[in-house]
Design a protein around this ligand. Structure first.
Ligand SMILES: Nc1ncnc2c1ncn2[C@@H]1O[C@H](COP(=O)(O)OP(=O)(O)OP(=O)(O)O)[C@@H](O)[C@H]1O
Ligand SMILES: [Mg+2]
Length: 330
């Protein structure tokens, strides 16, 4: 990667909103998110269940469009707004230039088709490659993602592979066309910790070798510690803190981030008095308070938190922003 391209922004998301029409009204699943993704970097999107991580990722690639979904904002990918791109155009982008890997590989893979065959199809959907050559590429890819005996494994059916191997097949599927962006939505959540680490390492190596940018979605800050370059912390559809890995993990500013970190003792060391696990539950209904959505669960909340909604503000360090008017560290 040359220095000239290292900082190139390949995806620029501005004021992204995803609203779902539900019985109780309109659910603001994603409520005005800005993100920038640079070539070759890993951006981790973290937050509790229901914070809007998947809704955001799916909106980027047009996978949650429909009569009950309202999407607004822009997601600029090489000068093209993905949010308004035609479906036919998105089909060409998906799987080729932007790939998505989901959590549950067993559900995502076709049980009746050989694992390698699914990758072959993915390659041949986007490129005119002879079948035999696509199988050879697939075996090479299986080797790259650390699947044992790739020549043999390409012919296995998904149920014949272990969970960790199936997840690697999903990553191979995602990487089949050497995408610029890989969106990995909880790619390791279903796996045990050792296998998780292996799969994340595979992602990391491939990224280094191919310059792929990765959006890694997880509710687990421990997972991102080893692999993320930058982190965006989401709460109730908004980014409440963002910065480099070091800034967010070692100098967290938002009380929500600090609470999340407290639940990962391996990162923070023994839990100190100041850091206590977050009480209460996440805000997932249609009604949002006029101020900070985290305030009802926040020990530091004061009068200034009840209105207006706090905006992301720059702290003392460049690139480190947080949306707290009460407890943000100086
Ligand atoms: N198609 C849909 N229709 C209605 N509501 C939806 C739909 N998809 C998601 N939601 C709601 O939007 C909110 C955000 O969901 P989302 O799946 O993005 O959360 P998440 O951060 O990915 O959570 P998790 O960590 O559990 O995967 C939730 O309240 C969810 O119930
Ligand atoms: Mg999700």
């Amino acid at each position: 990667m040359s220095a000239a391209t290292a900082d190139e922004v390949i995806l620029d998301v501005r004021d992204l909103k995803v609203g779902f029409t539900v019985r109780a009204g309109r659910l603001p699943a994603v409520d005005g998110v800005d993100l920038t993704l640079r070539r070759g970097e890993t951006l981790a999107l973290v937050g509790e269940s229901g914070s809007g991580k998947s809704a955001l990722a799916m909106a980027l690639v047009g996978l949650n469009r429909g009569p009950r979904t309202e999407i607004a904002g822009t997601a600029d990918f090489h000068g093209e707004n993905l949010l308004t791109a035609r479906e036919s155009r998105l089909r060409r982008i998906r799987g080729a230039r932007i790939a998505v890997v989901f959590q549950d590989a067993l559900a995502a893979l076709n049980p009746l088709q050989r694992a390698g065959g699914q990758v072959v199809e993915m390659i041949r959907t986007h490129h005119q490659v002879p079948r035999a050559e696509a199988w050879r590429q697939t075996a090479r890819l299986f080797g790259d993602v650390g699947i044992a005996s790739p020549e043999r494994s390409v012919r296995a059916y998904p149920h014949e592979l272990s969970g960790g191997m199936r997840q690697r097949v999903m990553i191979a599927l995602g990487l089949a066309n050497n995408p610029e962006i890989l969106i990995a939505d909880e790619p390791t959540t279903a796996l045990d910790v050792t296998i998780q680490a292996q799969v994340l390492q595979v992602l990391r190596d491939l990224q280094r070798d191919h310059g792929t940018a990765v959006i890694l979605i997880t509710h687990d800050l421990g997972v991102v510690a080893g692999v993320a370059d930058r982190i965006a912390v989401m709460y109730a559809g908004r980014v409440v803190e963002t910065g480099t890995r070091e800034q967010v993990l070692f100098r967290p500013r938002h009380p929500y981030t600090r609470g999340l970190l407290a639940s990962v003792p391996s990162l923070t060391g023994p839990v100190t008095g100041r850091l206590t696990a977050i009480g209460g539950s996440a805000l997932t209904g249609v009604d949002r308070p006029p101020g900070c959505a985290f305030a009802p669960r926040c020990d530091l909340a004061g009068a200034g938190c009840s209105a207006p909604v706090p905006l992301l503000r720059r702290g003392t360090e460049s690139g480190h922003l947080d949306a707290c008017v009460a407890g943000g560290q100086p």
